[in-house]
Design a binder for this molecule. Structure first.
Ligand code: SF4
Ligand code: SF4
Length: 229
């Protein structure tokens, strides 16, 4: 039963629209570490066009950190992370639950003028990549403006994609993604005193890698509102 399930064609249909432009490779952390087109959204789509099923793609599916940058980059609007999720479900590859949800998302907190007033040019602000990419069209202007107004650095690349860290991801736990190497690349050439993160999972690795103060953006809120979800 399980074998026949694994041999079923993957349900998503949009991978058939991939024309191989390679744009999705540009922001893909999985490709950056493996340097093999098979470990990229393009490789995944092309493999599926040629009949690959979930089991054939187990290594690739285990290496993706689900940052969703590829969804934004693809000119064909292929829902790549939806395809990956669907294929992972067939293999029982489950992404760890995100940090405890809060009523105020990090994005909303970052819109608070009180919070913004505390950011400065000595700060490195780490946007939580997946929610940012999922709302990219609405949020990219906000973060670009925030960086310009405060002078703080951000983990945005030249395509205005957020460089993801991948901490506590399925790929890290499976030994398929080197989070320490990703952090070293992200920090290369940057000078800062403090790091502000939107995802609490990033605190430990960034503290360890830099020795600098690393805080969650909610810690910049007025004290009477801290603790509100
Ligand atoms: S979600 Fe991120 S890591 Fe996964 S294929 Fe897309 S860009 Fe690469
Ligand atoms: S960006 Fe889209 S169309 Fe281009 S190679 Fe990647 S998946 Fe295919």
């Amino acid at each position: 039963m399980l074998f026949s399930l694994l041999r079923q064609p993957l349900k998503a249909s949009s991978y058939g629209d991939c024309h191989g432009c390679s744009l999705c490779i540009l922001p893909c952390p999985m490709w950056r570490q493996h340097r093999d087109v098979m470990f990229s959204p393009q490789g995944l789509a092309k493999s599926m066009q040629n009949g690959a099923v979930a089991e054939d793609l187990r290594e690739v599916l285990s290496s993706c950190i689900m940052c969703a940058a590829c969804d934004v980059m693809c000119p064909e609007d292929i829902a790549i992370t939806t395809i990956i999720n669907s294929a992972r479900q067939q293999l029982d590859l489950l992404e760890p639950a995100p940090p405890q949800a809060t009523e105020l998302t990090s994005f909303i907190i970052s819109c608070d003028p009180f919070v913004q007033a505390q950011l400065c040019s000595d700060d490195l602000y780490i946007i939580d990549a997946a929610p940012f990419h999922q709302q990219h069209a609405e949020r990219v202007a906000h973060y670009t403006s925030l960086s310009t107004q405060t002078g703080c650095q951000m983990n945005l690349d030249l395509n205005r994609m957020a460089i993801a860290i991948g901490a506590v991801s399925l790929a890290e736990k499976a030994g398929m993604f080197d989070v320490a190497a990703q952090v070293q690349w992200l920090l290369q050439g940057r000078i800062f005193n403090r790091i502000i993160v939107e995802n609490a999972d990033d605190i430990k690795i960034l503290s360890h890698a830099t020795g600098n103060t690393v805080i969650h953006v909610s810690e910049l809120m007025p004290r009477h509102t801290i603790g509100v979800k």
